[in-house]
Design a protein around this ligand. Sequence first.
Ligand code: FE2
Length: 425
Amino acid sequence: MPHPKPRWRPGDDAPVDIGIRGERIVEVAAVIDRGGASEIDGEGRLLTPPFIESHFHLDSVLSAGTPRRNGSGTLLEGITLWGELQPLLTQEGMRERAREYLRWCVAQGTLFLRSHVDTCDPRLIGVRTLIELREEFRGLVDIQLVAFPQHGLLRFPNAIRLLDQALDMGIEVVGGIPHYERTREAGIESIRLLMDRAQRRNLRVDMHCDETDDPLSRFAEVLAEQTVARDMQGRVTGSHLTSMHSVDNYYFAKLLGLLQDASLQVVANPLVNLLIQGRYDTYPKRRGLTRVKELIAAGVNVSFGLDCVMDPWYPLGTGDMLEVAWMALHACQMSGVEEIPLMFDAVTTAAARTLGLEDYGLETGCSADAVLLDASSVEDALRTRPSRLAVIRRGRIVARTTPPQRTLLADGLAGPVEFHQPAFR
Ligand code: FE2
């Protein structure tokens, strides 16, 4: 099944005017008479809807080095390290870190973000802090919060009670981590318990699922089966699904039909998956990413997240969703001419479907949210990861970036350097 064409592309490459009144797009046409209204001249540059972060952890962001760095760089040491950091967390410290990161998001045009928040904390510091930040940033960066029992729903003492408490406090998505439970049976039971809660409260679900190289980690099938059984198609997300990289093709072919029936949303985290998976391999080493190419080709909605920035699991990152799409293009071998734009969709339109956003896009009636990129096309944006010339939220410019100027001084070559596409000769 071909991937649906993004709705926001108004007529391929033809430049258009976009009319905004108040917080809404009221007209998209070749030429709009602005009748004295103020104007932003895009000068033929690429205007897109804002970037969307489908999978993030705001509670741990920018905490790298506290109380120590991750010596091995592994996922398991990251979880241990997070356990060491948790008792040291304060609301003020977390608020400051997360707020700083959200400022980076706005500057780079990421205006929607889904963050998991660890509920395996008797003080629920993250839940309290991120609920406050969600309100503070509403209308600038819209944040969806996922109640995430990081240390295992059945493995961590009182995790079920703490998760229920977080949902009572207003967390809007139910999370999970079935592959981290002690046994397969416990993992399955955790999915059932979590789906019960989501169904009863009419909430979306987004579970860390099969984030391992173990081909026998097959919780995606349980998650999808439960989605169908409860009639929750399209409202359930499997995040990571990295074990799918390692399963045999026969099993994948069978699983794919179930994922389609469930309209399971899939979120891959290319930077972190590449870095963390395959750690027990010698050579060849697995890439550790889910089967993005095959899933998209089969019509499964796939979007991308950064997962982590400068925290116990991932020491790098700036919050640029184009960096994520660029990495995915390479790691998933999505370089076909029809495939390249799909990597851009995975951090924009496909991500909007994952989060269930309404009013998203550059069409009449949508919220007036957009990013003006210093690029001539989507492919050009992926190639150069350009400056965000203007970031627009609800009709207002909320950030601007001046592109860097590179000037060559060498004899005979002196002049500005810009990475334009070469003219065909
Ligand atoms: Fe995560």
